[in-house]
Design a protein around this ligand. Structure first.
Ligand SMILES: Cc1ncc(COP(=O)(O)O)c(C=O)c1O
Length: 394
């Protein structure tokens, strides 16, 4: 990878050290320009007219995303974010009283809230698959929990704040003989790790545009395996996802776009298409390799600073690095870093309550690197963390 060239294509890199790629990555100019250019066309020609004029280019987003995750274009539905994508899939499942849902310790709050909401509506059980000693969802434990009452196995691939990458491919292999559905929250893994829906063997997978794909905010997508489409009922329908064919009758589309709405942010879609093409051109294996090299340098450097604790777990670790500094809150660390033009996130217990409670954690700093970050930035970042740590622990 020509990092200088990639940074030149990313104007934000000359303003900030951006270690908040798991929040929202810096967009390359080509992505922001495609959004702006589409908005300009809408401004001059009208929104509906522009969509009609550029329909072929807009529709290219489906094969571009499909190729990136080894799906078919008919298996992709555009969504406004990963939460909406995940909820569209989850609430489409025909849950019945007595069904079991198996999920991971590191499950994201919004997903878990949906399980709890469903539990208020009917008698289903939500069971958490224990972790291995290293902190990953245990494939062995899952294997002993599976039976015909399991309706759904729902796993977060790269959790919000524990650094790890769950073994979604192995999980897919284990559950293959069972009739349950398999939903993967790939919000933080698409554009980060080589996500291949066939290798994972998942039925549904949700993703966002703004994180590791480097797309615009307010974009995302859902993958639904064509073979299970008839087992699902979209929770909402409109005149795009279904056709009103007689006074008392409608017909639902027979592809994943039955999970879409008619109205959408076309400029954002153009940006998403550009972002996925950009990642495709770079090659996801190269991206993953560079991210893991940078993240492991960052982890090693931080763990050598006095009063700093790195909290990442798991045997396979990605670009998300989490840490605390003794005697100073994560919020204050974030503020101090921000005053040095360094961007990070604060991750709170309420985002991944099961994991954080299990590890007696309250708040963490989440520093998430992408391929366009540099060793020099890691060094500047570590110096800033060292200075904060010294001030807090004189
Ligand atoms: C693991 C995980 N899943 C889902 C989401 C929600 O994604 P979105 O904000 O795009 O809806 C997040 C957001 O941080 C996340 O970390």
């Amino acid at each position: 990878m020509n990092i200088d060239k990639l940074r030149n294509q990313t104007p934000g890199t000359s303003h900030v050290i951006h270690f908040n790629n798991a929040g929202a990555s810096l967009m390359p100019s080509t992505v922001s320009e495609s959004v702006i250019s589409f908005l300009k066309k809408e401004t001059l020609r009208g929104g509906y007219e522009t969509a009609n004029n550029y329909r072929d280019q807009i529709d290219q987003v489906y094969p571009v995303i499909a190729t990136f995750i080894n799906a078919t274009p008919q298996e992709i539905a555009l969504q406004e974010n990963a939460t909406m994508a995940w909820n569209m899939a989850f609430w489409a499942i025909d849950f019945q009283p007595g069904d079991r849902i198996l999920t991971s310790v590191s499950e994201y709050a919004s997903n878990y809230i949906a399980y709890l909401k469903l539990q208020k509506m009917m008698d289903i059980s939500v069971e958490v698959i224990p972790n291995t000693d290293a902190g990953m969802t245990s494939v062995e434990a899952l294997s002993s929990m599976l039976d015909e009452k399991v309706k759904l196995v729902s796993i977060t691939h790269i959790p919000t704040n524990s650094g790890l990458v769950n073994s979604v491919e192995q999980i897919g292999d284990i559950i293959k003989p069972y009739s349950c559905l398999y939903l993967v929250d790939a919000c933080q893994s698409v554009g980060h790790y080589p996500v291949d829906v066939k290798k994972i063997g998942c039925d549904m997978l949700s993703a966002t545009g703004r994180k590791y794909l480097r797309g615009p905010r307010g974009t995302g997508f859902l993958y639904v395996n064509n073979e299970i489409l008839t087992q699902l009922t979209p929770p909402f329908l409109d005149l795009h996802s279904a056709e009103w064919i007689k006074k008392e009758e409608y017909r639902v589309r027979n592809d994943a776009r039955q999970f879409e709405n008619w109205e959408t942010n076309y400029a954002g879609v153009m940006g998403l298409k550009e972002a996925v093409s950009y990642a495709t051109n770079l090659g996801i294996s190269n991206i993953w390799k560079r991210i893991t090299t940078l993240a492991s340098t960052l982890r090693n450097t931080l763990s050598q600073i006095s009063n700093v604790s790195v909290h990442d777990i798991g045997t396979t670790q990605g670009g998300i690095v989490t840490f605390t500094i003794d005697n100073i809150s994560a919020e204050l660390i974030q503020q101090k870093l921000s005053s040095n033009d360094i961007n990070v996130s604060v991750s709170r217990k309420s985002s991944t309550r099961l994991d954080m409670e299990q590890r007696s954690l309250d708040q963490l700093i989440r520093a998430s690197v992408h391929y366009y970050n540099t060793e020099k930035e890691i060094s500047t970042f570590s110096d800033a963390v060292r200075a904060i740590s010294t001030q807090a622990n004189p």
